[in-house]
Write a protein that binds this ligand. Structure first.
Ligand code: SAM
Length: 240
């Protein structure tokens, strides 16, 4: 931003991201299973298992989309706890909310930007963001605001595409730049969205870079786990 105004590139990105997720919302879950050959389910289970979330905790799922993490967290916090499903995109949120209701679960839902969270300071025991940070225009602002809403001792979990183990890179490039847009075209009838996906994955910071960004936002004891050879990494950091 310059003097508080968004640059063209910045508002372009937000608009592009909004278009992508309005467009894919209805087919999002099927495409996730297909494109990750079901692996995203294991990555998400690992995230929630690693979170240390206990009964009675308050959890905030940022960019929660169709509620995959939300529903796993809900099992951990029990009836005395609270899990907020939030996302900037109304189409993704309504798919997520409907899915929870179909399963007989009601969670508090809020449409909000991960860069400007409408929650008080020091409120949550855990904040999660899965495959969401990549889409945010100002990742530094988002990380700072997630820090703000965490209570001291609380933790942030960032599940995101990362830098794959070098020897696997050519294979992965072929997959993400050839096969992925092809599947996007075939199944979702939406080449552009899956082109964006491949590009945004490539642009996203690697393991060490994201770790440094979290430390810069104030997080302590930041560490990460490489999942599936670094296709994805889970970063964890604490507010003290
Ligand atoms: N967390 C879900 C999952 O793991 O399946 C959804 C991930 S989906 C790839 C990315 C989500 O990020 C979309 O639902 C999108 O609307 C949301 N998103 C993009 N920019 C955002 C922002 N600035 N604040 C909050 N959510 C955002």
């Amino acid at each position: 931003t310059h003097f508080g105004f968004k640059t063209v590139a910045e508002s372009d990105k937000a608009t592009k991201v909004a278009d992508v997720f309005h467009s894919v919302a209805q087919r999002y879950d099927v495409m996730n299973d297909l494109m990750s050959v079901g692996l995203h389910r294991a990555w998400k289970r690992f995230t929630v298992e690693t979170s240390g979330v206990r009964p009675g905790n308050r959890v905030l799922d940022v960019a929660g989309g169709t509620a995959d993490l939300t529903r796993l967290f809900l099992k951990k916090v029990g009836s005395s706890g609270q899990v907020w499903l939030t996302d900037i995109n109304s189409s993704m949120l309504s798919v997520g909310r409907d899915r929870m209701l179909d399963e007989g679960q009601a969670v508090p839902v809020a449409q909000c930007d991960g860069e400007k969270l409408p929650f008080p300071d020091n409120y949550f025991d855990c904040v999660s963001v899965a495959f969401g940070l990549r889409n945010m225009t100002h990742k530094d602002l988002a990380l700072a605001d997630m820090y703000r809403v965490l209570r001291p001792g609380g933790r942030l979990l960032v599940l995101e595409f990362s830098k794959i183990w070098k020897p696997l890179a050519p294979l992965y490039d072929a997959y993400s730049f050839k096969l992925l847009p092809f599947m996007g075209k075939l199944v979702a009838k939406d080449v552009d969205s899956y082109q964006y996906l491949a590009e945004s994955i490539r642009m996203h910071p690697g393991q060490e870079e994201l770790k440094a960004m979290m430390e810069h936002a104030g997080f302590a004891k930041v560490d990460y786990y490489n999942l599936s050879g670094g296709v994805v990494a889970l970063h964890k950091g604490y507010k003290f």
